[in-house]
Design a protein around this ligand. Sequence first.
Ligand code: ATP
Ligand code: ZN
Ligand code: ZN
Length: 811
Amino acid sequence: MKFASVVVDVPSRGTDRPFDYEIPEELADQVEVGCRVHVPFGSRIVQGYVVSLRPQPEVANVRPIREVIDLLPPLNEELVKLAEWMSKYYFSTRLAALEVMIPSALRARYDKILIPGSNVVEEGAYLLGEAERQLMEAVQRARTGLSLKKAEAIEGVTRSLIRKLIREKRLDVVERVRDKVAPKKVTWVKPAESVPLDEQMSRIPANAHKQRAIVQYFVKHPEPVMLSELLTALKATRSSVMRLVEAGILVCEIREQMRTPYHRRVVQDQPLPLTEEQDAALQAIVTRLESREAHTLLLHGVTGSGKTEVYLQAIDASLAQGREAIVLVPEISLTPQMVERFKARFGERVAVMHSGLSQGERYDEWRKVVNGAVQVVIGARSAVFAPFRNLGLIIVDEEHESSYKQDETPRYHARDVAVKRAAHFGAVTVLGSATPSVESYYRAKTGKMVYLPLKQRVQGRPFPDIHIVDMRHELDAGNRSMFSRKLTEALTACVERGEQAVLFLNRRGYSTFVLCRQCGANVECPHCDISLTYHRVNRTLRCHYCGFAQAVPDQCPHCGSDHIRYFGAGTQKVEQELAKRFPGLRIIRMDVDTTGRKGAHEKLLTAFREKKADVLLGTQMIAKGLDFPDVTLVGVIAADTVLNLPDFRAAERTFQLLTQVGGRAGRHARPGRVVIQTYNPEHYSIEMAANYAATAFYRKECQARMKKHYPPFCSLIAIKFSHPDQATVMKASQRITDALKQYLPREAEVLGPVRAPVFRARDRYRMQTMIKYKGGKDLSAAINRARETAEASFPAGDLRIVIDRDPYVLL
Ligand SMILES: Nc1ncnc2c1ncn2[C@@H]1O[C@H](COP(=O)(O)OP(=O)(O)OP(=O)(O)O)[C@@H](O)[C@H]1O
Ligand SMILES: [Zn+2]
Ligand SMILES: [Zn+2]
């Protein structure tokens, strides 16, 4: 092929299409789909991705590719196609979809480089000032041009001086791409091959003891060794080794070294004999693997049922077929313990990818996949793009977690991308959870994917007892604290026995909703069945979805009580109250504030494991994955904080959270106990979680969703608008919404535009429109057309439109 289509790194929607370039003869064997290249674009040189090769260009007179950036292409045909699909499906640019697939270390940074201009005349030199002269000399000297930074380091050189010289064409400026992280290089030493080492000994002076010792060493261990290790082992100096290299006795080799993020030595372990349920699930997966056709299975296993062991043995089966595996885990449960379980089974064949690693570490882990050094990747959301070429299995653990949805462009959902990749490879996708999303559960129950239940805990460990405390009664009894009598009593007893407790508070527990402390009612939208959100600015209650608004009532609309409260309490406040009520109690608080720094998360957990505290108080980051033998009490301080979120998934999330939190207690020898405090004890999500009535919960929730017309019974697309000017964003959003109503098929409901709950953020006003539709039809064309129509009438460029398919977070 003589020509290549390239997606260029010019982030704008106008350039969001491939441009054709000629492949020069000398690059013919390097340019392939998925490689990165430098190409001329306008007057600049930019980076780009080759997305296809073609015999003829679409237009005449195309320019040639300048160079190929990587030795091994970071992407391949499959991933390039996936990016194409993602950009269409999730309404992003092609560039954004391609870039999300590679580690940030590889993403381009442009350096401005100064080179001599066309107007460098020798005679002019004496007319220049001192700083100018020095700068010009430095530029002439630098073979590959002088970086702007270095230029500005010269005394007296300013930006404006540089600009003047460029205008006079004495200097020219080019932009050069710089890769941020280079592989770490290490020197290795080994014997030269020519002559046997013992014969070489005679050539070394008798008094050169160190040199002789080094050669002696290689006589015994002829294999290559890292220079630094050799020097330490023999207490030798670098120069002794270099003498031997100069004499041709030893040779040096520069090798790339991988930074390995997990240094702990892991003890190899063996597959466990499976329980009957585990075995049935594994066999179901293996059968699908052997079929070599794409299948999706839902592994619905209660907490502590041994899902991970099933994953491990399924991966084994995939590897045995010579195929690779990806394991996705939410960021917060990707703990060293979790990683160790995979390393213990698969050792060096595992790479780990998550945001807690440094950029260099992430880059190295990723390169292990590209180089074929590993066959298993365990990682958070973006690990779904691990560039394997022969995938057999993708596991999505805790598949219900909303963190699988990226909330910036491209707004992809890792679960959907996993299924898409599996389709390409004829691979198996296993979605695992103790509390599947309602969407996945419904799909499994209606035969769209295979349902694999694990109903028993391993080794028959009992589930903890769950007590629901009705906080309204606490108020009646004169207890105004945030701790019920039951929780106080349980906590006291737990600490007295020398055991530990986990107290849970939802992160989003700030004053956002209104609740009656007398009857527990919260104020809902009359049209949407969703809690109204309290807006402090103008003291109104608003609906997130349809825009309905009302004034904050002084009295409860249900019971007339005036105990109306804006509900919510931060972890800090809870910590203060705990300390006040239980003097001497040792508390570890885990929330965004205390876990900001790298490694802090792990340090706090280790301290708790080592029993340096009685209570672990935290947000949802402590809700899952944790397994502490001495935790016998779990307290949920306010179950309602999730329930009252203005979100159609509120009941689902409450159920999931309580079930998961409950799963933390009594996983070991000692029986556990859970106390849930709530103002809504009769709400089905709370009651059914307390009774372990998952089947009943999912049925009821599905019925409710069907009635209200929410997923899985329809799909949602949110269109979010923002603009610095209030009137403009209102006009623009209305214009697009009108266009949508005109272009979309009649079955599609278009709701809005409504003000975003936080109407003004970062000095921009925000509106949104929601599209509800029944799957099947592709609405993209109509949506893009509506967007273009409206954008044409608002050319300011300040109008931002975000299209979010299957949104999780609304503005
Ligand atoms: N077949 C088995 N025999 C003995 N022990 C097992 C078996 N399977 C799993 N286990 C052990 O049971 C415990 C719980 O298993 P695991 O962590 O895999 O459960 P899980 O379903 O992932 O739980 P959760 O969803 O609560 O995280 C682990 O300590 C694991 O080693
Ligand atoms: Zn009331
Ligand atoms: Zn509403």
